[in-house]
Design a protein around this ligand. Structure first.
Ligand SMILES: Nc1nc2c(ncn2[C@@H]2O[C@H](COP(=O)(O)OP(=O)(O)OP(=O)(O)O)[C@@H](O)[C@H]2O)c(=O)[nH]1
Ligand SMILES: [Mg+2]
Length: 352
């Protein structure tokens, strides 16, 4: 059974960059990954693209044929894709039963909040056996301003209710957050979304006329008690690994036995059948329900890395990279020396 992520979020929130970063990470980890571009306006794709909606329909054609603007044209493209789901299904089938697929969506928020095409496509993917999670990216700079933060919470809540998938909201570009000034609260206040009444002051100062409306929206969000955030700095390996673990738990990928499993005997079915249908009780009692480990797994560490001690961490990482670079260079020089000393194949060694 294939697994996948519906990567959605506002324009410019970092969806395509995330897909590219995840492709690089998974390739390095030797995990299967395919990226499907579902954005018909995306004409400069950076990642290796397994399936591209542009080979079914392009925004330019729709706009010139139907006299639509870019936004209307984009909705038309998604409706066209829904009507031609067989096209997508056939190509997804070619990726194999153990595929892990990222769907890179366009940035129009209505696609994940009120338009039905993406929701229907998700439903059809579910029917053909996909185990999906929605990864909803929100630009982290919105947390620096209370009214923007509330609108981001409402948007996230709406997407969760609309898509009806295991859902992970992500504050993207967390590495840039220190540039937008000091936060009123620690980062965990914004990621855990527990008691928003502390925002009352900031909200009524910026929009005094709408104080009551603001408070009503805040209590709506806390009453649902659904929204929370992970963080992401796409170029930071720890951050990407942490998000991957969270998503693997949401989709159930944690139960898939790894290729080189060192689990105790008889806990993992290593037969040839599809990875998602093999029992893997080892995962159930280890990674799946166990604590998460890693330097980006505690939000206080994220706060220290990107806000409180960013410069010290940058300097430390630079030093580490330099040391790694030197090690690689020394190793390459050592290997070259050994090759030089080695006699050519079939020839005699220097001492003979
Ligand atoms: N510093 C930083 N920049 C990022 C990160 N993720 C994305 N960006 C930058 O944000 C900009 C927009 O990223 P995209 O990946 O094109 O965003 P998108 O959501 O695909 O945009 P649309 O498809 O137009 O909706 C690019 O300049 C990226 O380099 C991040 O984690 N950190
Ligand atoms: Mg994009």
């Amino acid at each position: 059974m294939p697994f996948g992520e519906i990567v959605c979020g506002s324009p410019g929130s970092g969806k395509s960059t995330y897909c590219y970063g995840k492709h690089q990470l998974f390739t390095a980890l030797n995990r299967p990954i395919s990226v499907v571009n579902l954005d018909p306006a995306n004409d400069s794709i950076t990642y290796p693209c397994a399936i591209d909606i542009a080979s079914l329909i392009t925004l330019q054609d729709v706009m010139s044929e139907h006299g639509l603007g870019p936004n209307g044209g984009l909705l038309y493209c998604m409706e066209y894709l829904e009507a031609n789901f067989d096209w997508l299904e056939e190509r997804l089938g070619e990726l194999g039963k153990d595929a892990y697929v990222l769907f890179d969506l366009p940035g129009q928020v209505e696609l994940s909040t009120n338009h039905d095409s993406v929701k229907n496509i998700v439903g059809r993917l579910d029917k053909i056996g996909f185990r999906l999670a929605a990864v909803h990216l929100c630009d982290a700079h919105y947390v620096t301003d209370a009214p923007k933060y509330v609108s981001m919470l409402l948007l996230s809540l709406r997407a969760m209710l609309h898509l009806e998938l295991p859902h992970i909201n992500v504050l993207s570009k967390i590495d840039l957050i220190a540039q937008y000034g000091d936060l009123d609260f620690n980062l965990d206040f914004y990621t855990e979304v527990q008691d928003l009444s502390y925002l009352e002051n900031a909200l009524s100062t910026s929009t005094p006329r709408f104080a009551a409306l603001n408070m009503a929206m805040i209590s709506l969000i806390t009453d649902f008690s659904l929204v929370g955030f992970e963080t992401l700095a796409v170029e930071d390996k720890d951050s990407m690994m942490h998000l991957t673990r969270v998503i693997d738990r949401a989709t159930g990928y944690v139960f898939v036995p790894p290729a080189n499993s060192n689990a105790p005997p008889d806990t993992v079915d290593m037969s040839d059948s599809s990875a998602a249908t093999r029992p893997n009780s080892y995962a159930l009692f280890s990674s799946a329900v166990g604590a998460m480990h890693g330097s980006a797994d505690d939000i206080r560490d994220v706060q220290e890395r990107w806000i409180d001690a960013r410069e010290e961490w940058d300097a430390y990482e630079k030093k580490q990279w330099r040391q790694e670079g030197e090690m690689v260079r020394d190793e390459a020089a050592r290997a070259a020396k050994i090759r030089e000393r080695k006699p050519p194949e079939g020839g005699q060694s220097a001492s003979m």
